[in-house]
Design a protein around this ligand. Structure first.
Ligand code: ZN
Length: 261
């Protein structure tokens, strides 16, 4: 029985040349999750695919499902939104490419989650419309971890249950092994680590965890706080993934820490 063409909406996570004339596109769809498709003749085609398969593009595609290998066959692509400014504005590009890499690394193939698609779409649209990259990525990263089952538990110390409180003094550290907080009295270590969170950062992360994307614009996050939150989320994710996140090296230049300030 011949394979039928299927349709879905999706976002381009990554593209790569393949052979002399083809391209392999990695996409995220609310129906299929992350998947790869081959676009035959895409390097030469002036009709079907030109300027459509770039990173961050929102597409409606027609494809034939994979038969014996893991690559679907991309038949047509209709560009719904190019988010052009994400490719022309360096700060927006660094934020968007980090988000794409996080989705690539945290999601499995053919494991769809509509929350992840909506979250990535929201991030691309927000950056394109001028939202500040640092708090936007903090919010995205935190909610992506939640969707993937790695929500950090930031309410209180996992051992003594003490709450983050400016009058009580202990500092807090995220334990990457189980995503819980531990206070300096329980850990016996008041020193700084790459998982240490100031009281202010903890409060922002707690607030962001309880917010929906529609209300996120209400969250005012100073740059130094956003930098600290991002640094801890990056180190936590690196621990979970057991590999580096390559686009962090670009993105971290946007933070105060990355600029050596
Ligand atoms: Zn404690």
């Amino acid at each position: 029985m011949p394979y039928q063409n299927c349709r879905t909406g999706c976002i381009v996570l990554k593209n790569a040349d393949f052979g002399e004339s083809d391209r392999i596109i990695t996409l995220y769809s609310p129906d299929i999750g992350r998947f790869a498709a081959i676009a035959k003749g895409a390097k030469r085609s002036q009709k079907r695919f030109v300027n459509k398969l770039e990173e961050f593009s929102l597409l409606d595609i027609s494809y034939r499902p994979a038969k014996h290998n893991r690559l679907h066959f991309l038949s047509e692509a209709e560009l719904k939104e190019a988010f052009i400014s994400l490719r022309t504005n360096w700060q927006r590009y660094c934020a968007a490419i980090l988000a794409n890499e996080l989705v690539l690394r945290f999601t499995g193939e053919h494991d769809p989650d509509r929350r992840i698609f909506s979250l990535l779409h929201w991030l691309l649209e927000s950056l394109h419309n001028g939202s500040s990259p640092l708090p936007t990525v903090v919010f995205f990263h935190l909610h992506l971890l939640n969707a993937c089952g790695y929500r950090p538990k930031l309410e209180h110390c996992a051992i003594c249950s003490c709450l983050p409180d400016k009058n009580r003094g202990p500092s807090f550290t995220l334990q990457p092994g189980n995503g819980t907080l531990i206070c300096s009295r329980c850990s016996g270590n008041a020193g700084r680590s790459r998982f240490a969170l100031s009281l202010q950062s903890l409060k922002f992360l707690q607030t962001a965890q309880g917010m929906t994307v529609k209300k996120m614009h209400r969250l005012q996050m100073p740059e130094n706080i956003a930098s600290e939150c991002l640094s801890v989320l990056y180190n936590y994710s690196k621990y979970l993934l057991q590999c580096d996140i390559h686009s962090w090296s670009f993105f971290s230049q946007l933070t105060k820490k990355g600029r050596g300030l």
